[in-house]
Design a protein around this ligand. Structure first.
Ligand SMILES: [Zn+2]
Length: 277
């Protein structure tokens, strides 16, 4: 009898031990997985948030090692690529964050100011490219894209007409003035983003980041300058110098419709990020 009881006790202890082991194994697998699988195509970013730039594309079905995680974001990779991915694109069964990302332009009004116009042609090149034409073409394309995204757009001009600087303003959430730089020297080229008030810097940084990343324009940075059209308003406003009309390479880009598509899309994407975060 005593021996039977001992066997029973040992069996019981073994049973408890097994249960504990299974429990640890299961919970470890749920809270601290070592790899994941993509359940849809996704993008790896440099940081644990959608505002960070994309560094790699990953395909549905791809398996990736998990190195660390922060909230719902996982730092994953393999020999070829590493980066952060939101858990809800993966096999980890994580609910997406609720963000206004689905509709960032809802209720937003964007004022687009195509620089110069009419008798004021702005900068010009020896080949005859006029700044006022380039700014209008870019502005009209940007207007159409923003409207498609659900934004309300106010244009300071939609045709080749002269508008006083005093009148280049409006009531809205963001003001964007489009320009092209020019110098007597043909060497300088690239993008410069200007803001005037401190409160406009976040918009300037966000748009600068997006345009720089997506276009072929070289980078001349974000600068503060009290240009009248951005200084006279208190709403977030920027003046974009989208390349140098006096530089042959930049001029070629400006006259290229595909480049204009990329530039306007990068502005739309920048605004999206600006409104989301
Ligand atoms: Zn200009």
């Amino acid at each position: 009898m005593k021996r039977n009881r001992l066997y029973l006790l040992i069996a019981l202890l073994l049973g408890i031990l097994l249960a504990v082991l299974i429990f640890f194994f299961l919970t470890r697998d749920i809270s601290d997985p070592t790899s994941l699988r993509m359940i849809e195509n996704g993008e790896l970013r440099t940081g644990p948030q959608a505002s960070y730039p994309v560094v790699f594309k990953v395909d549905k079905g791809e398996r990736l090692k998990i190195y660390q995680h922060e909230g719902k974001w996982y730092f994953v990779g393999n020999q070829d690529k590493k980066g952060w991915i939101a858990g809800w694109h993966t096999s980890l069964n994580i609910k997406p964050d609720v963000t206004p990302a689905a509709d960032p332009f809802k209720g937003k009004t964007i004022i687009i100011d195509p620089g110069h116009g009419g008798s004021d042609q702005g900068a010009s090149s020896s080949k005859g490219t006029l700044e006022k034409d380039i700014t209008l073409k870019t502005a009209l394309m940007l207007r159409d894209k923003l409207k498609k995204e659900g934004a309300k757009v106010i244009m300071t001009r939609e045709t080749d007409q002269f508008i006083k600087l005093d009148d280049r303003k409006g009531t809205g959430d963001v003001f964007i003035s489009l320009h092209s730089d020019a110098l007597a020297d043909a060497t300088p080229h690239g993008l410069t983003v200007y803001y005037s008030h401190d409160s406009q810097k976040v918009l300037a940084d966000t748009l600068h980041f997006s345009i720089k990343k997506k276009t072929l324009l070289s980078d001349r940075g974000v600068r503060r300058e009290d240009f009248q059209v951005i200084h006279q308003t208190q709403i977030p406003a920027v003046l974009l110098e989208l390349g140098y009309i006096s530089n042959p390479t930049d001029e070629k880009l400006m006259n290229d419709r595909v480049h204009r598509q990329i530039v306007t899309t990068s502005i739309v994407d920048g605004l999206k990020n600006y409104f989301i975060y």
